[in-house]
Ligand binder design. Structure first.
Ligand SMILES: Nc1nc2c(c(=O)[nH]1)N[C@H]1C(S)=C(S)[C@@H](COP(=O)(O)O)O[C@H]1N2
Ligand SMILES: [Mo]
Length: 523
């Protein structure tokens, strides 16, 4: 029986392909660690995918995987790499050098993904190039062994036990090479990535940083926090604060080298270092941040006490020209947000550059060392993290990251209210229980919150004492819950006398609206 290419050779060729891909990635990681840390192909390609995925797919990913959306992305990417490299292995086995060509294409795509990212250094092309070369060599050698082994199986069985048969030799060499390079690559790759993350010294710098004392602090008034189990705390601890951004790995920006450039339509270009920013004098501001992706009843909203400097003070140094109407804020990772200039120069609105959050330097994932926070505007048009630039411009001339991706260029927060307790899906005991939650109308303030049980009358809720109009308030009503299932609804009125929008709207293009209506089971 002479089946020319037994199936096992295809499987082994696929294995050779996967081993060479692992070598490619591991060598890239090692070279990246040595010469250009930002140039990891797997992360660059991942970030590239994040940028090009259509918005509905991104929302689906967030809805399906929640906080694990990035891990899911990496897992998906990993699966893609395994499948593609297995095919490359088979190609190389059947039609050399097609597998090597495939690795070359993968290397070229990685280079493209890396060099088109913001903040890359000169040598950033090296990791994928050297990685692809190393992977190709391994692939060529493994496939040559495999072909030798296959040829000797096809020939007559050698006789004599004195010498090892060529079949045995090629087989052994194939497995030893595949095993040793595969295992070594995994060890090198994982170690390089771990070292790269552990020695990112910026977290250590942040921990050592002592921020100057604020000139003025926020006073939390008596009665600002209701004592009701299950209601969202007035101040969101940093560790619980929601995080939304397009960054696959958290950018690490050292305050020592941080610069803010204010340019565009200004009388004078201004450049500031971190110490200069601190020297302008810091004050505390309580501001509730909200994401445009927050659905009715959702939790992409948080309240913190920020330490910072008004943006208007910075802009004044540069002197914005009168025909400008927008500031494009830019992050180290290339992200941009478009904020109306008027919102940043308004004396009555505390738009700030924040450097502290709840008594600490900004956590890395919340924009260390400097971010923007603007009361009353959704985060995507105002709250740029890892801030590096403010370009004074016009909406006609420039657009921000999300504008061509289906979101409005301007986006004031639609004020809203949320039920925190009782929780949906949890059965509560009949009797007198509190219905409580939060409501926010940043820059205007909440005037009233009303609650309705089933189709009953709207009853006024008791509000906590607000810190200011930029923060959320807590609210509650007492409810005599009777056994059965009930709809509990909530709606707010702001201090301009406007009622919260009843019509439901999706999050795109400029934020959700509608009254929350929760089905609660009472037993
Ligand atoms: N650099 C950068 N800044 C960013 C974003 C981003 O993707 N990149 N996302 C914005 C969005 S959509 C929101 S809602 C807020 C969230 O800030 P947080 O993660 O600190 O809660 O950051 C904003 N700033
Ligand atoms: Mo957002």
């Amino acid at each position: 029986m002479t089946e020319r290419r037994p199936r096992k050779f295809f499987a082994l060729a696929a294995l050779a392909g996967v081993v060479s891909a692992v070598v490619f990635l591991a060598v890239s990681e090692l070279v990246a660690l040595l010469v250009a840390r930002e140039a990891s192909p797997i992360l660059a390609v991942g970030s590239f995918v994040i940028d090009i995925v259509p918005q509905p797919l991104k929302e689906l990913a967030i809805a399906t995987f929640g906080e694990f959306d990035k891990i899911a992305l990496l897992a998906g990417l990993g699966l893609g790499v395994v499948i593609a490299s297995a095919i490359a292995g088979v190609l190389q086995f059947l039609r050399p050098p097609l597998g090597v060509v495939a690795l070359g294409i993968a290397g070229a795509l990685s280079v493209a993904a890396i060099v088109t990212r913001a903040g890359v250094t000169l040598l950033a092309f090296l990791p994928p190039v050297i990685g692809a070369i190393a992977g190709s060599i391994v692939l060529m050698v493994l496939c040559r062994r495999l072909r030798g082994w296959q040829r000797s199986t096809a020939g007559p069985e050698p006789s004599g036990a004195a010498n090892e048969s060529p079949v045995g030799m090629d087989r052994r060499r194939f497995f030893v090479l595949a095993g040793v390079t595969g295992a070594a690559a995994v060890i090198v790759g994982v170690t390089a990535r771990a070292v790269s993350m552990a020695t990112s010294s910026v977290e250590a710098v942040r921990r050592a940083l002592r921020l100057p004392a604020p000139r003025s602090t926020v006073t939390v008034p008596v009665g600002a926090e209701l004592d009701i189990p299950g209601v969202t705390p007035l101040i969101t601890p940093n560790a619980d604060f929601y995080r939304v951004d397009t960054a696959l790995t958290v950018p690490t920006v050292n305050p020592d080298s941080w610069r803010l450039v204010v340019d565009g339509m200004v009388d004078r270009r201004v450049e500031l270092g971190f110490d200069q920013l601190l020297a302008m004098g810091l004050d505390e501001y309580a501001i509730t941040l909200t994401c445009v992706s927050n659905v009715v009843g959702g939790d992409l909203v948080g309240n913190a006490i920020w330490l910072g400097v008004p943006v208007r003070d910075i802009l004044r140094l540069a002197g914005p020209q009168s025909d400008a109407d927008m500031v494009l804020s830019r992050s180290i990772d290339g992200y941009t947000a478009s904020t109306p200039l008027s919102a940043l120069t308004d004396d009555g609105l505390d738009a700030i550059l924040a450097i502290g959050m709840n008594g600490e330097p900004l956590p890395l994932e919340h924009g260390f060392p400097v971010r923007m926070v603007v009361p009353g505007l959704y985060g995507y048009v105002s709250a740029t993290k890892w801030l590096t630039g403010l370009k004074v411009t016009t909406f006609a001339q420039d657009e921000a990251y999300w504008t061509p991706r289906g979101y409005s260029e301007q986006a004031p927060i639609k004020f809203s209210s949320r039920i925190d307790t009782p929780k949906i899906g949890k059965t509560v005991a009949a009797g007198r229980i509190p219905v409580a939650g939060v409501a926010w109308a940043q820059s205007v303030g909440i005037e009233a919150v009303e609650v309705r049980i089933d189709d009953g009358d709207w009853q006024p809720a008791t509000l906590s004492t607000p810190i200011n109009t930029d923060t959320w308030v807590q609210w509650f009503v007492e409810w005599d819950a009777t056994p059965g299932t009930h709809y509990v609804s909530v709606r707010a009125t702001n201090k301009n006398g406007e009622l919260q929008l009843e019509d439901a709207a999706p999050i795109a293009p400029n934020g959700s609206s509608g009254w929350q209506r929760s089905l609660i089971s009472v037993a």
